[in-house]
Design a protein around this ligand. Structure first.
Ligand code: FMN
Length: 389
């Protein structure tokens, strides 16, 4: 079968064959999945959100062993002020005796959040045995200015071809990336932030609608895309959020996008580094089974819904800043793991979950999308829609 053609200016900007980018999904988009998408002709992006610099280096070396094609690395930059390691809050100081210096991350939380952790552990029958260091330290790193600075410096040192900022404004780093011939991508959920990152020199703006899995905004993809395209022209724009097959890709290109950035559809690929249970929950989900919550990271994140999310939302607590909220969720996740109540774990996924029915190789997912989009644009539309001027 001939190789389909599907090309936009994004392919020239990023030096790729097809205008399809694998979303940099934290902890899920790692070397094997990234290399598979880049090898297939798209751009694979590592989700390095909570990866320390040495792990980013390992990932990049592994990708370079697997492919010579371009790829990228995505981090979450702090938005505005950085949030370094939290200091004990006033009510914590009151509740701890003078000789009893805080030792665990949860000792840094305001009292109401410690009460929430205790109540949740009781509600779901979880052991109150302290935290899972790996998880908590990963989640609580998010949003730390020093941590993300070290990440970006590592990405520069490694001469990665594409740098992506999933949160925050990459503007302060643009010049250094451009100086070494790299491109910069920034993710936004509204027009104001799209303008801000385009003005900062970002090469590609990803406009992500609320349908998306993971951190997400309030505006639907269909409403967001034309407004972002108009606001940042002539900067290239990719669509994200709710794209699950070639129909979504063709739709985004028809609206004027230069490409697409896809997450959830690749979560159920064999290469995605996720427990099978989380993939199976996505495969079993309908379009109604996701919910946006601040429980896990402090920012709005779309997940497969679960009883812990329902419980958190019913308590009407304000989420803590990123990093600190990760300590809250980290404590409870640790107990959920120990009690084997994996259905309570964070399981970010988008509204397209309802159209995913089997686990497949990333290459097959990718190739089917390309073929379907090319078919719609080259033949399906002219056959089904009569239009002339
Ligand atoms: C499991 C998961 C983890 C994610 N982690 C990140 C991340 O670390 N950085 C980021 O920029 N976006 C992250 N996202 C959001 C994606 O980049 C992307 O915008 C989104 O998946 C697109 O919508 P879709 O899921 O409908 O394809 C994540 C999404 C999911 C589902």
């Amino acid at each position: 079968m001939a190789r389909p053609v599907l090309r936009t200016r994004l392919c020239d900007i990023l030096d790729i064959e097809y205008p399809i980018i694998l979303a940099g999904m934290g902890g899920v988009s790692t070397a094997e999945l990234v290399a598979a998408v880049s090898e297939a002709g798209g751009l694979g992006i590592v989700g390095a959100a909570s990866m320390p610099a040495d792990e980013i280096e390992r990932q990049v070396r592994r990708i370079r062993d697997l492919t010579s094609k371009p790829f990228g690395v995505d981090v979450l930059l702090p938005s505005g002020v950085s949030t370094p390691r939290p200091a004990p809050s006033a009510d914590v100081k009151e509740s701890a005796s003078a000789s009893d210096a805080p030792k665990r991350p949860r000792d840094y939380l305001p009292a109401a959040y410690n009460t929430f952790i205790d109540n949740a552990e009781h509600e779901f029958g979880l052991p109150a045995k302290g935290e899972d260091q790996a998880w908590t330290s990963g989640m609580s790193r998010l949003g730390s200015g020093d941590f993300s600075k070290r990440q970006v410096e590592a990405i520069l040192d490694l001469k990665v071809p594409v740098f992506a900022a999933g949160l925050g404004n990459p503007a302060p780093w643009v010049e250094q990336f451009h100086a070494q011939g790299a491109k910069v991508i920034g993710l936004v959920g509204n027009v104001k932030n799209a303008r801000r990152i385009a003005d900062g020199g970002t090469d590609v703006v990803v406009a992500q609608g609320t349908e998306a899995g993971g951190h997400t905004g309030r505006i639907g993809t269909m409403a967001l895309l034309p407004q972002v395209i108009d606001a940042v022209a002539p900067t290239a724009v990719c669509a994200a959020g709710g794209i699950g097959d070639g129909r979504g890709i063709a739709g985004a290109l028809a609206m004027g996008c230069d490409g697409v950035w896809i997450g959830t559809a690749f979560l159920v690929s064999r290469e995605a580094t996720w427990p099978d249970l989380l993939k199976e929950r996505i495969l079993a989900a309908t379009e109604e089974d996701t919910r946006v919550t601040r429980l896990y990271s402090g920012k709005t994140m779309r997940n497969i819904n679960n009883p812990l999310i329902e419980y958190w939302e019913s308590q009407k607590l304000d989420a803590l800043p990123m990093g600190m909220q990760g300590i809250v969720s980290g404590e409870i996740m640790s107990g959920a793991r120990q009690a084997n109540k994996l259905e309570l774990l964070m399981n970010p996924a988008g509204q397209i979950s309802g159209m995913l029915h089997e686990m497949r190789a990333a290459k097959d997912i990718f190739e089917d999308m390309v073929r379907e989009a090319a078919e719609i644009i080259a033949e399906g539309m002219p056959r089904r829609v009569k239009a002339s001027l």
